[in-house]
Design a protein around this ligand. Structure first.
Ligand SMILES: [Fe+2]
Length: 281
């Protein structure tokens, strides 16, 4: 029997790369990196074999998709923010068997899903930035899962539940990460540089803080009840489908775990970010 042994909602902001590689910005995202390293430590302690990452930068328009290549290897530059994140090399084993099993399980749930093993399907930075630190010496396999930008929260829930069923019958110990923002309103161009470390708008900031309160006090069903409106009004990254899939995998409103904040809430280019470990009972 396979098992989800680790779950988390995680950041992936390109300013992490700036913090690590550009003198002018050195250290600005140390807290995010420290959170990643703690997740990596916990993953090793839990014997994680595969990281399943719901990646809000692998955006798809139809159905659900898994990158089931046996090997992920290359050098990445972001097309969205090439001045922030460039020339990042990566090399990880993939998990074709689990990828195929997930796609089959999602199809059994009545949704369209495809596992791809195609030589030119590369990884996106929602996977690569966290993996660089959490999976630093590539001790575990990496399985990127796309985010459908037009899927409903309910479809995300069903998709996540199907992922969990596939994991159960896989024999693998896995970590499941929702790689995406809380609120996600970039600054207008004129304010973008000055807003590097801030959340765009007090409404979004207050909503994010309330959500974090709900998580740390275990009010999961209240949070899930507001998730569709939260995604819409706070311009959720890929409509917060990563979060819907994560909680779908964790049992949705039956989830009773604890939230452990590993990187305190911070603003980045207007968006609200955090690293939170969600305990798996
Ligand atoms: Fe993002």
């Amino acid at each position: 029997m396979g098992r989800i042994v680790q779950a988390a909602k995680i950041t992936h902001v390109p300013s992490i790369w700036m913090s690590e590689t550009m003198e002018k910005f050195r250290g600005i995202r140390d807290a995010a990196v420290a959170g990643y390293r703690e997740l990596g430590k916990r993953a090793r302690a839990a014997d994680v074999e595969t990281f399943i990452i719901f990646d809000t930068h692998w955006i798809v328009n139809q159905g659900f998709h898994v990158n089931a290549r046996a090997r992920h290897e290359g050098v990445f530059t972001s097309h969205e923010l090439p001045h922030m994140l460039m020339d990042m090399d990566y090399a990880y084993d993939g998990d074709p068997a689990l990828g195929e099993a997930i796609a089959a399980s999602v199809r059994d749930a009545g949704l369209r899903a495809i596992a791809h093993d195609t030589p030119n399907l590369a990884c996106e930075y929602g996977t690569l930035l966290p993996m660089r630190f959490i999976n630093e010496d590539a001790f575990a396999r990496v399985l990127p899962v796309a985010a459908n930008q037009f899927a409903s929260i309910e479809e995300g829930r069903a998709m996540g539940a199907a992922v969990a069923r596939a994991v159960e019958s896989s024999g693998r110990k896995v970590a499941i990460f929702a790689s995406g923002s809380l609120s996600h309103a970039f600054w207008p161009n004129a304010l973008s540089e000055a807003g590097l470390n801030k959340v765009n708008g007090e409404f979004n900031r207050q909503m994010d803080l309330r959500v974090i309160d709900l998580w740390t006090s275990g009010q999961w069903s209240d949070f899930l009840a507001m998730l569709p409106a939260y995604a819409e009004r706070c311009t959720g990254e890929c409509a917060m489908i990563d979060t819907a899939m994560l909680f779908g995998a964790l049992g949705w409103d039956q989830y009773q775990g604890k939230a452990d904040i590993l990187t305190p809430y911070f603003g980045s280019s207007g968006t609200g970010q955090i690293n939170v470990d969600l305990s798996v009972p």
